[in-house]
Write a protein that binds this ligand. Structure first.
Ligand code: PGA
Length: 248
């Protein structure tokens, strides 16, 4: 367990402007951050360059999405090559808002995962069940199926973080309980052990997302299979520092 470096991602979504983000950069750059935590902030694409140029280099930056080919006639899209060109090493893929607001399919997400990894971009791959799926008892089937599509497109797992984000917990203030999060994370690790390898199951960071705050992060971080967080709303606030330091 301790071999996995704790990973805290922020996901600003479509929020912030130069002024408010500038204040956030000041907060993060001057904060005392746990060296044992890897930190990556997901910026809107128009602010990727701004974030990378202003944030301290101990803080990584991620794009929140990208397309599946290097270049071409795809108006409005950005490619992994462009993200890398801005000095950025990470991308969030398969976020539930991409899946459910913008209708991205498992197939498209899988293609993006493959192309990003081939382009040497690290991927935070998101999965998670909807409320009706949890209530119908299909959580395991849903997250295993989503994970399989990702797994089918990964050759180098060292560049992948898996984010379990139950859709009912995102932006709702309704966090999965530590036991609920641990149960799914443990099963996901078991799935990876059975379907990929022991080495991948032992080393991959499986992070939790969905209404993580400074108040609930410590108990979640204490779960054996919770290796960090993907934080939305709270990643825009000074409390993000407390979440980064959840294991300190
Ligand atoms: P939230 O969002 O922390 O605001 O619930 C999490 C996410 O969407 O990654």
């Amino acid at each position: 367990m301790s071999a996995r470096k704790f990973f805290v991602g922020g996901n600003w979504k479509m929020n912030g402007d130069k002024e408010s983000l500038g204040e956030l950069f000041m907060t993060l750059n001057t904060a005392s951050l746990d060296d044992e935590t890897e930190v990556v902030c997901g910026a809107p694409s128009i602010y990727l360059d701004y974030a990378r140029s202003k944030l301290d280099l101990r803080i990584g930056v991620a794009a929140q999405n990208c397309y599946k080919v290097p270049k071409g006639a795809f108006t409005g899209e950005i490619s992994p090559a462009m993200i890398k060109d801005c000095g950025i090493d990470w991308v969030i893929l398969g976020h539930s808002e991409r899946r459910h607001v913008f209708g991205e399919s498992d197939e498209l997400i899988g293609q993006k995962v493959a192309h990003c990894l081939e382009s040497d971009l690290c991927v935070i791959a998101c999965i998670g069940e909807k409320l009706e799926e949890r209530e119908a008892g299909t959580t395991d089937a849903v997250v295993f199926a989503q994970t399989k599509v990702i797994a089918d497109n990964v050759k180098d797992w060292s560049h992948v973080v898996l984010a379990y984000e139950p859709v009912w917990a995102i932006g709702t203030g309704k966090t999965a309980s530590p036991a609920q999060a641990q149960e799914v994370h443990e099963k996901l690790r078991g799935w990876l052990r059975a379907n990929v390898s022991d080495a991948v199951a032992d080393t991959i960071r499986i992070i939790y997302g969905g209404s993580v705050t400074a108040v609930n992060c410590k108990e979640l971080a204490a779960q054996a299979d919770v290796d960090g967080f993907l934080v939305g709303g709270a990643s825009l606030k000074p409390e993000f520092v407390d979440i980064i330091n959840a294991r300190s």
